[in-house]
Every structure is written in C-alpha cells, then in structure tokens.
Design a protein around this ligand. Structure first.
Ligand SMILES: [Zn+2]
Length: 379
C-alpha cells in the first residue's frame, strides 16, 4: 500500500513513533556506555586511568569528564525535555524527575559569595606575599596588624615582618578566577574538596590550616560528576579495611514490618489464610513487644494506628564495632608525613585525570606542598 493511500499520519502516532526511536537510541547509547565502562574497568582506555597511589588498591580506571561530550549530553537533555512524560518510558520519566529535583536543589547548594577575593597581602616594605580573602584582610585590619594600602581595599600591608615567605609564590600570588576550574562556567559555583572532606577533616591541623590549594570551585554539573567518581574511589580505598557494617538486620522485626506493610497496602489482594498469617505475626509483636492488651486486637482487624506502628518499626541494629571508613583510612597513616603526602598527591592526580580541569589557578600543581609551614599569612 502506498503512502498516498494511507493518508497523513496522525500527529499522536508520530509522537509515539518518535518516542520509541528516542528510547531505542538511548538504550543503544546506554549499552555502548556500559560496554565502554566495562572496558575501562579492565584498564583498556589509558586516557582516564588513575593509578591508585596511597591507599588505593591495584590499577582502576574511572570515568572522566570529556568537556565536548558533556556539552552534547546537556543539549540532548534539553532535547529530551521537549517530550512530555506520557510519551516516555517510565525509567526515563524517573530519570527526568531525579534531574529536576537535583536542579531545584542547586541554588541552595551553591556558594552565596564568590570564592576568591584576590586581595594582595604585602610585607612592610610593600612586596607582595600572596592573595588573601576579604575576610582575612579584615581580620588583619581589625587586629591592628595591617593597613589598607593607599586606602584601597584591594591590598593590605602587614605591620610586622613575616616569619617565612610563601611556599610557592607562583600559586600564592596568582589571581584566582571565580569560575568552575573544570569547564570555566561562571555561575552556580560549589566548593569542592580534592582530598575528600571526610578524610581531610581528620588530618592533623597543619594539613588543614592555611592551605586552600586543594579546595577548588566547580559548577554544579562538574561537581556532580567529580563527586560521584570520588565516592567510587573512596569506596575502593576503604574496601580493603574490611569495614564492619554500620547496621545489621533484626530479622524478626523485619518480618513483622513486612507483614504490617502487606496488611496496610495489599490486604484486599492477599488470600484470606495469608492475611490471618500476617495478622498473627503483627499481633504477637504488638502484645509481646509493645505490651498491648490482647483485647485490643483479638479479632481479624488490627486498628490502623497500631498497624502503622508496626509499619514504622526500625529493624536495623547499630553495630557497636562499627568504625567509619575515613577514620580507619586516616588512622592507618597516623603521624606519617610521607604517607599523608603520598595520599594527598594521589587525590590531586585523580582530580586531574577525572575532570581534566582547564581553568586551574596559575601555579596549581601536584607537587605543591601538602601542609603549611607558616601561619603568618594564610591564604
Ligand atoms: Zn564546570
């Protein structure tokens, strides 16, 4: 039959056909993606590989950001958003909702003020020492330790001679742009810890104070990608410590909760004898564990508030032997400066290989000192 005999295809059929085509293309792309991911895991593609130095085990390859494909993915996302939910498969609708919720949270998570103020700190002779924040400059002024030069608020001069000079003048003196260090996006900046905060906050003070080299600014999209890959690497590092689970399951309570949920949600669809079985389990729990009188629930109906009580059971049991992974990882390097330095530099390498930053401040480097030698002029 020729097309002229069929006549024009109704718009709704066209939309459905287009949605099916999009679904198949997306499916193929996901399959390809998974395939590449599996190949990567085997260490096939050297471009984004990251050798786990420090506490990492073996050689693992992580996903890394390709700036062109990220832009393309964003365009495809916009294209997909043109289709209404009713024409999309349910897993794509769920993905879309997830993405929508993430985007709604972005304004709450982004920095309210810019990360770098780039105020020049000078010694008493007027020689530039480093760039500092407005907060720090005001702290010096308030303490009477420095003055603004020529009354301008973009540079301050110390009234005392610093004990030591900057460890790396190139990085310390560079003007840092308030953009995503990965892609250059100027909006929606989020602070990102190259060495995850979960580890960093457990480090000795000298590794945390006055050293901002390993805290950078990322846009929401790059932050998401880098955060996900960072978590994968953290899991891998912590895996070798055989961490006991934080919670174990009380199987009796789990069974009671399952029965209560079944009665609450699917009672009408469950065979009568199975309903009685569930009721018996919940009833025994309410009488034995909640000290309820048998008369409250003697018939085949459990009051809704009591059933809800059983649905809300917390069946998890806190394991007293549980120690968080980051605590074990940092404790394994306790007071060993060499191990800590190796650990920190491995995270810097990982960051470079994951996000391929194109806008890092001048002087940022893997070899930059890992702790501050002086407390005279913090960044
Ligand atoms: Zn970015």
């Amino acid at each position: 039959m020729s097309m002229s005999k069929i006549g024009p295809i109704p718009l709704s059929i066209g939309v459905v056909v287009a949605a099916i085509i999009m679904f198949n293309v997306s499916k193929k792309r996901r399959a390809q993606d998974n395939d590449n991911w599996r190949k990567d895991k085997k260490g096939g593609n050297g471009e984004s590989s990251s050798d786990n130095q420090g506490n990492g085990s073996g050689k693992t390859t992580y996903r890394s950001l390709n700036h062109n494909s990220a832009r393309q993915a964003s365009l495809q996302q916009d294209e997909r958003s043109m289709w209404s939910d009713e024409h999309l498969p349910s897993h794509l609708v769920r993905e879309r909702m997830k993405e929508k919720r993430r985007k709604e949270k972005i304004p709450m998570l982004t920095m309210k003020s810019k990360m770098y103020d780039n105020i020049t700190l000078c010694d008493p002779q007027g020689e530039a020492l480093s760039k500092i924040s407005k907060k720090k400059a005001n702290w010096y002024i308030k303490k009477g330790l420095a003055d603004f030069i020529d009354g301008k608020e973009d540079s301050v001069r110390l009234k005392f001679e610093p004990k030591a000079r900057s460890q790396d003048a190139d990085y310390g003196m560079s003007t840092k742009k308030n953009v995503c260090v990965a892609c250059g996006e100027p909006e929606n900046q989020m602070r990102f810890y190259i060495v995850p905060y979960a580890y960093r906050h457990l480090f000795p003070e000298k590794y945390k104070q006055h050293i901002s080299h390993d805290i950078v600014s990322l846009c929401a999209n790059c932050h998401l990608l880098c955060g996900q890959q960072t978590q994968i690497r953290m899991d891998e590092i912590e895996e070798k410590f055989n961490i006991v689970k934080k919670y174990s399951t009380d199987h009796r309570l789990y069974k009671v909760r399952s029965s209560a949920l079944a009665l609450m949600n699917w009672r009408l669809k469950i065979p009568a004898e199975k309903v009685s079985w569930h009721i018996d389990i919940v009833r025994r729990y309410l009488i034995d564990d909640c000290d309820l009188d048998d008369s409250c629930i003697k018939d085949e109906t459990i009051p809704k508030d009591l059933l809800q009580k059983a649905c809300d059971i917390d069946f998890r049991v806190l394991n007293t032997a549980f120690v968080p992974g980051p605590d074990l990882v940092v404790a394994s390097m306790a007071d060993d400066d060499e191990k800590l330095a190796k650990f920190i530099r491995a995270w810097r390498v990982f960051f470079l290989e994951t996000i391929h930053p194109r806008h890092l401040p001048q002087g940022w480097s893997i070899e930059y000192p890992v702790h501050c030698m002086s407390t005279d002029y913090p960044a």
